[in-house]
Design a protein around this ligand. Structure first.
Ligand code: ADP
Ligand code: MG
Length: 225
């Protein structure tokens, strides 16, 4: 589903140029649950930004569903991101004055759905993530793990083809981190493709495939049973 060919990302230019991704070749298939691991500064977030089209590579190619993404204009890329991708970040980025249900429904309303349709989708996403009974809670009334699960519900409510997560457990204690990982595993079992970046081994081992990055190179790629 996602493929990169000789993917290079260099920040800056001239003497200050820093090549963060050094010709990466990678293929991620439908339904995979992949963890991208490596120490801080390895280039994990940079890789995620390239394959999720949030940023443009310096050279090389990225294919999404066999479409070379370099051939897409900005509007087409934005549309692809909105409709086919979901994003979870380290900070849950929930709006504090909105309930869990409203937080999940808001992006769907902004995409043009009716309120009724958006709330129905939001409720079903919260249900899928085991947060159905917390619909009316404000973020401040939820634990960190619960808030992150609301942000996962928001990321999957439009049934994206792939869910990207950048350090989704970094702000959580291990109990809450486990809850979030269980949510990812449930989604994976129901067929969701997931690409998660983490520097924490204990969470990476839940994924079915671990890609290790070091100094912008892939130094490991293992599938777990
Ligand atoms: P990771 O997510 O693995 O910690 P990053 O992809 O964030 O690593 O960063 C990899 C390297 O690229 C780091 O050395 C970082 O300082 C550098 N870097 C990241 N973003 C930028 C940027 N926008 N401009 C310049 N350097 C950057
Ligand atoms: Mg990072």
């Amino acid at each position: 589903m996602i493929q990169t060919k000789n993917l290079v990302k260099t920040y800056g230019s001239g003497e200050l140029a820093l090549t963060v991704l050094k010709s990466l070749n990678l293929a991620i298939g439908d339904g995979e649950f992949v963890a991208i691991v490596g120490p801080s500064g390895a280039g994990k977030s940079t890789l995620l930004y390239q394959i999720s089209l949030l940023d443009e590579p310096t050279s090389g190619e990225i294919y999404f569903d066999n479409t070379p993404t370099a051939s897409l204009n900005q509007a087409e890329k934005t549309s692809l991101r909105l409709h086919k991708m979901g994003f979870v970040f380290q900070d849950y980025a929930l709006l504090p004055e909105l309930t869990a249900l409203e937080n999940v429904a808001l992006p769907i309303i902004m995409q043009g759905a009716t309120k009724a349709a958006a709330f129905a989708k939001a409720a079903s996403a919260l249900e899928r993530i085991g947060m159905g009974d917390k619909e009316r809670n404000l973020p401040s009334q939820l634990s960190g793990g619960q808030q992150q699960r609301v942000s996962i519900a928001r990321a999957i409510a439009h049934d994206p083809q792939v869910l990207f997560a950048d350090e989704p457990t970094a702000n959580l204690d291990s109990q809450n981190g486990q809850l979030v990982m269980e949510a990812f595993l449930d989604l994976h079992r129901s067929g969701q493709t997931i690409v998660m970046v983490t520097h924490e081994e204990e969470y990476a081992r839940h994924a079915r495939r671990i890609i290790a990055l070091k100094d912008g190179d892939i130094v490991g790629d293992t599938v777990q049973s």
